[in-house]
Write a protein that binds this ligand. Structure first.
Ligand code: C5P
Length: 290
């Protein structure tokens, strides 16, 4: 048995950190959005002794239990009681790694979705999201994606009216940022500027793309130690080519710009592509059916 699925990248249209919780995680308020940029995942299973093999086109990624996609396959088998199969996972990665685009989380969520189909377990999206919580804070969102308000650690999800479809340019500078380190730098009572999440939600309700896009904001941009200038320069380039909103995604270092006009997005992409290896011209997408 074999199945092919896509694992889509996510953007944080807005990202706010509300407080530090007792369990060490932070309480978040984020508007998340899926884009068509994706990894391709092939999962095959055959009768066997429960081994999980995996490979990717990125030789620096671990292929064993340290990989979140392998962990996802294990969690799925444990939670459903499925045993007696060898599973092989083959991932063609396109989403940049350590970029704030949810690449690993999306791979894990796609493994859960794929195994649900492969083994005909008919679990609901909600069940898969709860499984996803065991794997990482962004995994529950990545199960079905779309335009969503994510709160709590990232696992409390509320569907929002879809952001009107638009072109997106994503550019990841060469440096990466450590997620735990950036979280440790943020002091919630010292955040001077926060996203207008309520205004963003209203703009989504009225379907006003421009009004939503101009509220794009990420509080992590204010606590960067490294690369702040480069991130600002990429944002400036995106705005030079008429982006209607631009921000770093998650804990970075990828930066995205939203465009009303595809030709503008193409121009911005071409300019950034001449300087940066990891640039993508993509577009927003809706929810994934489970
Ligand atoms: O859940 P995940 O493994 O993706 O989180 C990685 C790290 O990011 C955590 O160990 C924690 O330091 C930080 N984090 C946090 N609050 C969140 C999500 C992540 O502090 N809501």
């Amino acid at each position: 048995m074999e199945i092919n699925v896509n694992a889509y990248a996510k953007l944080n249209i807005s990202l706010d950190v509300i407080s530090k919780m007792e369990n060490g995680y932070h309480e978040m308020k984020m508007v998340m959005q899926s884009v068509s940029l994706c990894d391709d995942i092939k999962i095959a299973c055959a009768e066997g002794s429960g081994k999980i093999h995996m490979k990717t086109n990125r030789n620096y990624l671990p292929n064993d239990d340290r990989n979140i996609a392998v962990k996802a396959a294990r969690v799925f088998c444990e939670e459903t009681g499925i045993s007696g199969y060898d599973i092989s996972i083959d991932i063609l990665k396109r989403i940049p790694v350590c970029a704030g685009l949810g690449g690993g989380s999306s791979d894990a969520a796609a493994v859960l979705r794929a195994m649900n189909t492969l083994f005909d377990t008919k679990l609901t999206a909600r069940r898969l999201e709860v499984m996803g919580e065991k794997l990482g804070s962004d995994v529950p969102y990545c199960v079905a994606g779309g335009t969503v308000l994510a709160q709590g650690r990232g696992e409390i999800l509320s569907d929002l009216p879809a952001l009107p479809e638009c072109s997106v340019v994503i550019c990841k500078p060469a440096f990466s940022i450590s997620t735990p380190e950036l979280f440790s730098r943020i002091k919630c009572d010292k955040i001077k500027c926060r996203p207008d999440t309520e205004g963003l939600l209203k703009a989504l309700e009225t379907g006003d793309l421009k009004d939503a896009a101009r509220r794009t904001y990420n509080v992590f941009e204010d606590v960067l130690v490294q690369g702040a200038e480069e991130i600002a320069m990429i944002k400036n380039t995106l705005y030079d080519y008429r982006a209607i909103g631009a921000a770093m995604s998650g804990t970075g270092s990828a930066v995205f710009g939203l465009f009303e006009n595809e030709a503008d997005a193409k121009e911005a992409y071409n300019v950034l592509k001449s300087k940066y290896k990891e640039c993508f011209l993509t577009k927003t997408i809706g929810k994934i059916e489970i």
